[in-house]
Ligand binder design. Structure first.
Ligand SMILES: [Zn+2]
Length: 1019
């Protein structure tokens, strides 16, 4: 046919839209009544307040308002024998309930904000009857949220559709036949016969459409049938597809809306699983399941049945999809411990893979944590978001700081919201970097981030692309089944060593400082409580608060979700989390104080004047100054134990201290201040070294313009000349063993006060800081140039530390400009160095010889985005920006001999974060000695990170790790009656027994090794 002129692709797209319009035909309107409230009410209380009659075109609330909608009407007689549905779009998210108050289907606004390259996210079709009789009444209740998937009011914001409609099944089927082949056509080389034949088929259908739908639908389908029926041969790549609805547990909406999103998402998954026998839906995050169990037990029972039938897959090993930059080491262990235990208890499944598709970078501590919890596979896609370098692998072995490895699959499609279309398959084929050695890849399809999940369209497409000639075959199966097939090829996978750094979102190490501070405080407060509770339980007969610890831990784990802890949620999320953190912190503090008091009551203090029991939660002895009953004492406290001090009789001698507006001096350091308040010199008397380079000044509080959002600040920010906070007052004093300089700085309407403290006998210079922060679109940092030359700096991460370059030689070095560290960073040459320690900060940068810490960011989005354009009185917090509040944090400069490990940085950083606790008592007789060490180690650098009661009984769990990056042979001595000690995995299962002699056990460690002991205590 030499003159054959096919239709253009644009004309084919128009034809597709035409078919789509005819698939559903409205036949009768629905009446709408709604009861609205600011916050959700249950099905039972759905008629709260006064009802409103609503019409198409009406708006019905403000963002995040709630309403129960009541839709009523009748199927017209003319629809008899037809497939009848309801079409509903109220421009809010809806969950339809049945007459028993059980969620049965979610509906999503058609105009919902979304990445439309992945398809449209709307869901507006509610099934009513495959063959209606005509005359049946319609009476439907639905729980609505006045928000779209992404926490906005999209489109018109008005009710757009509420009608009874007839579904023309043949036209609907033609729509998906045509859509799949058109999408397929776009992936084919034009020169090939398959392209030409598909194009000819689609063109023929377009011609046929002139005869009119719906009558021509069957004939049009017959034209396309052979094209869809053509099968592929032996595949080079097999794709496993699992349904998903990535659920951000809070983000652009509050947690309460996530719980409602869960009902919409899971009820949709249940309904579609009943209609599509191939469909397997996967969902991660036990917290999310727990919410369904609590709020919708009948829906949860259906979910359980689907899991048992292999149609719904509980995914991933953590309690939530947690941030792994800021979350502490023990918290990551608890994520896996609570996550895996929940799925085992509820569904009898043992999850052996971690599912974190959206987390902003992955700590090099993770492989060991996973491997020791029976998690052998890790899956994500987030590194495809990196801005500078393309991550080279998608199927690889990921090796952590201790040498542990997990197999990793990074989705080649680079999304967890796959449209499951031919173009998805083609992207996987073309983008799979390891397809030379791997014949298997995973596709994760559905509408996600705000939930929703797969719709009919995904499943109709998958039904057509199971094995289409010209495309790799796609099989719906669980992620677990995929990993089983895929890992068979793992011998040939390449290895990636160290962190999986996301070259993006560095601002999330700093944004929402209050939340990050509470997270650190809660992690350590829980550490303190668990350990005390174990001791007090045995010694003083208090009971171990297992249930409270479980609940509080799980809530702390929830707030480590990857849009909460990083600071990328809206303001309401933080208003709520901060309130809860405060209440939880108080509760943990009270429970700890009660236990300290119970132990102190047993200690013999008879004859003392003003006694106090001082407890040390760290696994080495400490000597520190303490204020007890208004008197300074130098307490020498044994490891994980207590000492009784008497503040009464005499004050100890203090070496000479100097404190003036320009100088702090003790027996170790002389610190000289410049006129602007910065530090011109830190002279280490013991090392006879100057720490600050000639002509440079440390601790300058610099303020950069930061026009970024919660996630990102401009990468070139440092090219600005920053403003400096101006020193407005300096006040010096000597307070017992402390030399203190109090400096107050101002900029704009913000004020910052630092108590700079040097304690007698200590080389640690503390900067205890309080800030009233009012600057908008800014970033506050402090910088310490040091007289150290080193190509690498050391950064503490969970259960160890890593080294990163101080130069920017390659694009990989350049991309890691701002990086995560926990309690300390260090820049050392072979003979000496300096550490910067902190109690709640994470965003660090060490370039050349400057240690630089990000202190605060005021970013405008998402925060309270809608407040941004409001005008606030000068000096008042601008609620359109993050971190407009009062802040407290401490950092410390610590010069030392040797490197970080030799120089005692690990111990100093723990000491700053885990202060000694003081329990004053009145003198009394007692049965317990005045000083006890319950647990001790004979080796430096082995750290006890947790002592707790086992999750499943009265055994005691002790978790230790080698923190120095060296081999160690540690003797652990327990001052308890011990029956037996076993080595356990992180799930607290026994994996071997250990020889105990005189209550002590010898433990060999490899560098950064985590060990868990399970101890049966004796009588
Ligand atoms: Zn997410």
């Amino acid at each position: 046919m030499p003159n054959y002129r096919p239709y253009t692709k644009r004309q084919l797209e128009m034809a597709l839209r035409l078919i789509g319009k005819v698939a559903y035909v409205e036949v009768a309107p629905l009446s709408i009544e709604a009861w609205s409230t600011r916050e959700p009410v249950s099905y039972a209380d759905r008629c709260t307040g006064a009802p409103r009659s609503l019409e198409i075109g009406d708006t019905w609330g403000d963002l995040f308002d709630c309403a129960w909608f009541h839709f009523t009407g009748e199927i017209p007689a003319a629809a008899a024998g037809q497939h009848v549905v309801l079409l509903i779009n109220v421009n809010g998210e809806l969950c339809v309930f049945d007459d028993d108050g059980v969620p049965v289907r979610g509906l999503t606004p058609v105009a919902s904000q979304y990445d439309f390259s992945l398809g449209a996210p709307g869901k507006r079709v509610l099934e009513v009857s495959d063959a209606a009789k005509g005359g049946e009444p319609i009476d439907i209740w639905a729980d609505a949220g006045y928000n779209d998937l992404f926490g906005n009011v999209s489109g018109s914001g008005a009710i757009e559709q509420a009608a009874v409609a007839i579904c023309n099944d043949e036209v609907r089927a033609l729509y998906y036949d045509f859509e799949v082949l058109l999408d397929f056509l776009n992936t084919l080389p034009e020169a090939g016969p398959r392209y030409q034949q598909v194009l000819a088929g689609l063109t023929s259908v377009t011609h046929a459409l002139y005869e009119g739908l719906p009558n021509v639908a069957s004939r049009a389908r017959a034209i396309l049938k052979p094209l869809l029926a053509q099968r592929g041969g032996d595949p080079s790549l097999e794709i496993s597809a699992v349904g998903h609805a990535h659920m951000d547990l809070a983000w652009l909406w509050p947690i309460r809306e996530t719980k409602r999103k869960g009902a919409r998402t899971f009820s949709t998954a249940v309904e579609l699983a009943e209609r599509y026998p191939d469909y397997i839906f996967g969902a991660s995050q036990p917290q999310y399941f727990q919410w369904m169990k609590d709020a919708h037990p009948e829906l949860y029972a259906k979910m359980k049945a689907l899991v048992a039938a292999g149609r719904m897959e509980p995914q991933g090993a953590m309690w939530v999809e947690a941030d792994t930059n800021v979350s502490g080491g023990e918290a990551l262990v608890r994520q896996v411990l609570h996550g895996k235990r929940f799925f085992k208890e509820e569904f009898d499944v043992d999850i052996d893979y971690l599912w974190l598709p959206d987390v902003f970078g992955y700590s090099a501590a993770l492989p060991q944590i996973l491997a020791k919890a029976g998690v052998t596979v890790f899956s994500t896609q987030k590194l495809s978001w990196s801005l500078i370098n393309t991550f080279p692998h998608q199927s690889f072995k990921w090796q952590g700081i201790d040498g542990s490895q997990v197999l990793t699959h990074m989705l080649p499609e680079e999304t967890y919201n796959s449209p499951a279309a031919p173009r998805s398959v083609r992207k996987i084929e073309q983008n799979y970097k390891d397809s030379g050695i791997s014949h298997h890849s995973l596709m994760v399809f559905g509408i996600g981030d705000g939930g929703g999940g797969p719709g009919v369209e995904h499943l109709e497409r998958l039904a057509r692309i199971k094995n289409l000639a010209g495309l790799s075959p796609v099989k719906q199966e669980s992620a677990a089944d995929f990993f089983k097939k895929w890992r068979v090829e793992a011998d040939r996978f390449p290895t990636w060593v160290g962190e999986l750094y996301l070259e993006r979102h560095e601002g999330t190490l700093t944004t929402e400082a209050g939340n990050k501070r509470y997270n650190r405080k809660m992690e350590l407060a829980l550490r303190g409580l668990e350990w005390r509770a174990v001791v007090a339980d045995r010694l003083a007969g208090t009971s171990y608060p297992q249930d409270r610890l479980t609940d509080i831990w799980r809530e702390v784990l929830l707030y480590q979700f990857h849009d909460i802890l990083p600071g990328s949620s809206i303001k309401r999320v933080y208003d709520e989390s901060l309130e809860r953190y405060a209440a939880m912190y108080d509760e943990v503090d009270t429970l700890s104080t009660e236990r300290d008091a119970a132990i102190a009551a047993l200690v013999d203090t008879e004859g003392m004047v003003s006694p106090a029991v001082v407890q040390n939660d760290l696994s080495w002895a400490r000597t520190e100054w303490l204020l007890v009953d208004d008197a300074w004492v130098l307490a020498e406290v044994p490891s994980m134990g207590y000492v009784t001090v008497d503040a009464g009789p005499h004050s100890p001698e203090v070496a000479e201290l100097t404190a003036t507006a320009t100088c702090l001096e003790n027996d170790c350091l002389t610190v000289t201040f410049a006129a602007d308040g910065g530090i011109a010199s830190i002279y280490d008397k013991q090392l006879e070294r100057e720490m600050i380079p000639e002509g440079e000044v440390a601790n300058r509080l610099v303020v950069f313009v930061d026009l970024g959002d919660a996630w990102d600040f401009p990468m070139d920010y440092a090219e600005q000349t920053p403003r400096r906070m101006a020193l407005v007052s300096s006040e010096a004093r000597v307070d017992g063993p402390l030399a203190v300089l109090t400096q107050t700085y101002r900029i704009g309407h913000s004020e910052l006060t630092q108590e700079i403290v040097l304690a007698s006998g200590s080389k640690r210079l503390d900067f205890a800081t309080k800030a009233r922060w009012r600057e908008t679109a800014t970033m506050l940092r402090t910088q310490f140039p040091v007289a150290v030359h080193a190509e690498e700096a050391t950064y503490e991460i969970q259960f160890g530390h890593i080294k990163r370059p101080t130069h920017r030689n390659t694009t990989w070095d350049l991309a890691r400009d701002e990086v995560a560290a926990h309690k300390w960073v260090d820049l050392s040459q072979r003979d000496f160095g300096a550490a910067l320690i902190n109690d709640s900060k994470y965003g660090h940068k060490i370039k050349d010889n400057v240690i630089d810490l990000n202190l605060l960011r005021s970013a405008f989005y998402p925060g309270a985005n809608r407040e941004r354009d409001k005008v606030y009185p000068a000096g008042e917090p601008h609620l359109g920006y993050t971190d407009q509040c009062d802040h407290e944090f401490t950092y410390a400069f610590y010069p030392h001999e040797g490197d970080a490990v030799e120089g005692g940085v690990i111990e100093e950083a723990y000491a700053l974060n885990v202060p000694l606790t003081v329990t004053p008592v009145t003198p009394h007789a007692g049965s317990a000695p005045r000083s006890v060490s319950w647990v001790s180690l004979d080796t430096p650098n082995v750290v006890i990170e947790a002592v707790k009661q086992a999750e499943d009984g009265n055994d005691v769990i002790v978790r230790l790790y080698e923190a120095g990056g060296t081999s160690a042979d540690a003797l652990l001595t327990l001052n308890f009656p011990v029956d037996s000690i076993f080595e356990a995995d992180l799930m607290e299962n026994v994996i071997g027994d250990l020889a105990v002699a005189d209550g002590a056990v010898r433990l060999p460690f490899t560098p950064f090794e985590i060990k868990t002991l399970r101890i049966k205590l004796g009588a």
